[in-house]
Design a protein around this ligand. Structure first.
Ligand code: NAD
Length: 258
């Protein structure tokens, strides 16, 4: 028996950046709620392992290796999805990077143009491409959920992440809102989740000292964990959230109270 309430056996979710961290925990949560789960990530071995951990039978999971900043790679994943599950009902644009140099962000003046473009491609353009690929299915069914991973860095000043990351995460919010206005009448919602400091491999790259200093600024006095984010994503993916669209949900222990 699953520990969470079933959303719907028929629903299929695609989670990008799902081999580990927040993405894997979202995939796990929605799998236990009865969804079929497509796990997409760049690392083939890891994404296969993550999918096998969720469902050793392979019946309700589909591991897919793709760089989600490349439309051709997304298209080939979606062909496999169509064959196995018919389409996507819930899209979670979670893949992201936050480049550091010896644990520190690059300042704008020193930032390499290639690094700027790379971050925008992976963190923001990927969401646009995945939405374009999944939206036709959702429109056909007159139901859909798009959940975009923003960040506290896109909501207020960012000291740990670079300007490219903050710009991509603020861009995710604007993209999500514009989309929400375009697709609301089709029964499809588009929302953002903006995590604060969450303990994952990405957060660990900033180093123990930076994370310990950050802890002092969090009213609930703990760092977040991936389950804190997965629970909010599961709610936004549910029928209960059908009147919420264009919103950004801050999940940060009170570190930023918009
Ligand atoms: P993570 O590094 O553990 O996971 C990110 C995943 O994205 C990795 O599995 C990585 O392989 C994958 N990925 C990177 N580039 C990709 C690409 N081109 N195509 C497909 N997959 C790709 O990080 P996380 O902490 O779990 O972060 C998940 C999301 O949450 C990110 O968008 C991140 O910006 C956001 N976020 C994280 C925190 C935090 O404190 N951890 C805070 C705010 C927002």
């Amino acid at each position: 028996m699953n520990k969470h309430q079933i959303i719907s056996d028929a629903r299929t979710v695609l989670v990008t950046g799902a081999r580990r961290g927040i993405g894997y925990t979202i995939a796990e949560r929605l799998f236990h709620q009865g969804c079929n789960v497509v796990l997409v990530d760049v690392d083939a071995e890891d994404v296969e392992r993550a999918a096998a951990k969720l469902d050793p039978s392979g019946v309700r999971v589909l591991p897919a290796t793709a760089d989600v900043s490349r439309s051709a790679e997304i298209s080939s994943v979606l062909k496999r999805v169509e064959d196995k599950f018919g389409g996507i009902d819930i899209l979670v644009n979670n893949a992201g990077i936050s480049p550091k140099h010896d644990g520190k962000k690059a300042f704008v003046l020193d930032m390499d143009e290639t690094e700027w473009r790379h971050v925008l491609d992976i963190n923001l353009t990927s969401a646009f491409l995945c939405v374009q690929a999944c939206l036709p299915w959702m429109k056909k069914r007159n139901w859909g959920r798009i959940i975009n991973m923003s960040s506290q860095a896109g909501r207020t000043v960012s000291t740990i992440a670079g300007a490219h990351y903050a710009a991509s995460k603020a861009g995710m919010i604007a993209f999500s809102r514009t989309l929400a206005a375009e697709i609301g009448a089709d029964g499809i919602t588009s929302n953002c989740v903006a995590p604060g400091r969450i303990v994952t491999p990405m957060a660990e790259e900033a180093g123990a000292d930076a994370n310990a200093a950050y802890l002092q600024r969090i009213p609930v006095h703990r760092l977040g964990n991936p389950e804190d984010i997965a629970g909010v994503v599961a709610f936004l993916a549910s029928d209960d959230a059908s009147f919420i669209t264009g919103a950004t949900i801050d999940v940060n222990g009170g570190a930023f109270m918009g």
